[in-house]
Design a protein around this ligand. Structure first.
Ligand SMILES: [Zn+2]
Length: 539
């Protein structure tokens, strides 16, 4: 079987032979070789046939039985924050209060006095759930304001210097859609949640353009090592400038689709009218907003109270009227709307809005997205396919939250948590992503998570809520063809077919032929974007 159709272009610039090629193309799911000409796939088929396209100048990759998949598309990242976090204090795996403090102290000792220490990605669940406080770290950070986020980005810890810079104290008023955690005397402990974080964000000097450029370069290098060829960035207008600058300078190595805040949809509509929607490397046309917060911060909006906080149903970060107005305007302007909703109340609210807008406007192809869609009320499961809402989900979060989520939402609600199986069975479209820097941008770990649902603490060897497991190929589709669909790029990428962009990954083993728990140990040997090898590692 050889599916070459590009007449005249019979010489490959790059060829991969002796591979197990998973094409993602339902008509020809498997092949064993691939030829590329320039940035485009020239042929997919068997090694003997592809070898005929090899010329003296052709670069030949002998896969020696390794697996080739379409390049992974990370459908939800905070790419620049991820890049910045690679260069900051690392707290994600700090296992105790002492370790948390010690790492911050060690990092502060190397930081120039006066500079802000940010990032961190701490997780208080690692030491039993006690929230950190400013007095834990004040003595360790006498010369630097500290403003470090929980790994979910929905709460952050400030030390006393940062609170002083932001003028946050006992008298500071609460912020709608947020919370200032206080001690018994009303004094802020240093933890600010969701919208209240803006109090300190505002006081922090913006990183320089040069810092942002370096963060982008670091992020591109890091994701290439993990097989990611495209990323959908949840960002701001100034982030878009960072990507534009990189494109102008020829530095983009990851394809970026850059979202801007939904509240600014009119500005995006004007920009698209003036400049178009970009190209294969940098595209615009999508918008992002929040309905609620996160589970780990107790700010996700639920229909019923949290199991461990019987008076609390979480919070709404934006008002339903605003969300409707923005969604309606953006859809009418032909823009794609992507809305973060985690709790069942938030998900229902946004499904209602999408349904209403669909009935009012009958948009031809809106590709509505709910980001995360973590805790879906059973009655709402069929509505994803019914309304045509893509569920953009982060399987790694499932094996992370699964360590403690039962305590927060109880076993009943857990049954339709990260409901991959239910959604697919109900014909919904799943796109996967990492939410980096909330979780690592490692699709192989994401596939492992979706297939095994083994929590990070190894307490659920058969999987947490095992009825929601999916197969390797289903998980692959969510990272490739359906992720391409979720960014309106399925004609250009997401499967390995003649004429599509030559974005692919070479793995050392075939994911479909190894025990599922092994998937997380599979290695990326090469990552190719548009025919160019952006990462190559040894066996
Ligand atoms: Zn996110």
């Amino acid at each position: 079987m050889l599916c070459t159709t590009i007449a005249g272009a019979q010489q490959a610039s790059l060829a991969v032979i002796h591979a197990r090629v998973w094409t993602g193309n339902a008509a020809h799911p498997w092949a064993d070789a691939l030829a590329v000409n320039g940035n485009t796939i020239l042929a997919v088929g068997d090694t003997a046939a592809v070898q005929k396209l090899i010329a003296p100048h052709t670069r030949v990759l002998d896969a020696r039985g390794g697996m080739v998949t379409p390049g992974f598309i990370d459908s939800h990242v905070h790419f620049l924050e991820g890049g910045l976090s690679l260069r900051s204090v690392q707290l994600r795996d700090a296992r105790s209060k002492e370790e948390f403090v010690a790492r911050i102290k060690a990092f502060a000792a190397t930081a120039p006095p006066g500079t802000w220490i940010t990032g961190g990605d701490w997780d208080h669940q690692n030491w039993g759930g006690e929230l950190p406080r400013k007095d834990w770290i004040d003595a360790a950070t006498p010369k630097n304001p500290v403003w470090i986020n929980r790994m979910d980005g929905h709460m952050s810890l400030a030390n006393s210097l940062a609170l002083a810079a932001a003028r946050v104290g006992k008298d500071t008023r609460e912020v709608e859609g947020g919370a200032i955690v206080r001690d018994a005397s009303g004094e802020p402990t240093g933890i600010l949640k969701d919208n209240a974080k803006s109090l300190v964000d505002r006081a922090m000097p913006a990183p320089s353009a040069q810092m942002m450029d370096r963060a982008l370069d670091a992020a591109m290098k890091y994701v290439a090592e993990n097989g990611v060829t495209s990323a959908v960035h949840m960002g701001t207008w100034s982030d878009l400038e960072v990507f534009r600058r990189a494109q102008k300078e020829g530095r983009l190595r990851t394809r970026i689709r850059s979202a801007v805040p939904l509240s600014t949809w009119e500005r995006l509509a004007q920009t698209v009218a003036r400049e178009g929607r970009g190209d294969d490397f940098l595209s615009i046309g999508c918008l992002k907003a929040f309905v609620d917060g996160s589970l780990g911060s107790h700010t996700a909006a639920f229909l019923e109270p949290f199991t461990d906080a019987p008076k609390d149903r979480g919070l709404l970060v934006n008002q339903p009227d605003d969300l409707y107005r923005w969604t309606s305007g953006a859809t009418r302007a032909g823009l794609q709307v992507m809305v973060h909703a985690i709790g069942d109340r938030a998900i229902r609210l946004q499904l209602d809005i999408f349904d209403r807008v669909r009935n009012e406007q009958h948009p031809p192809d809106p590709r509505f997205r709910i980001e995360h869609a973590q805790h879906i009320a059973p009655a709402d499961l069929p509505r994803f396919a019914g309304i045509g809402v893509i569920a953009n989900m982060q399987p790694y979060h499932a094996i992370d939250d699964g360590r403690w989520a039962d305590r927060v939402i109880g076993p009943e609600r857990a049954r339709t948590t990260y409901a991959f199986r239910n959604l697919l069975d109900l014909h919904a479209r799943l796109a996967f992503g990492s939410d980096w820097d909330v979780a690592p941008p490692t699709p192989l770990e994401g596939i492992y998570a979706a297939v095994t649902r083994r929590t990070l603490d190894d307490r659920n060897p058969e999987g947490w809520v095992p009825q929601q497991k999916i197969t390797v190929e289903e998980a692959l589709r969510a990272y490739t063809s359906d992720a391409a669909y979720a960014e309106l790029a399925e004609r250009r990428k997401g499967t390995l077919e003649v004429g599509k962009l030559a974005d692919f990954v070479l793995l050392d083993r075939d994911l479909t032929r190894i025990p599922a728990p092994e998937i997380r140990h599979v290695r990326v040997l090469a990552t190719v974007v548009g025919g160019e090898t952006v990462y190559e590692g040894g066996r």
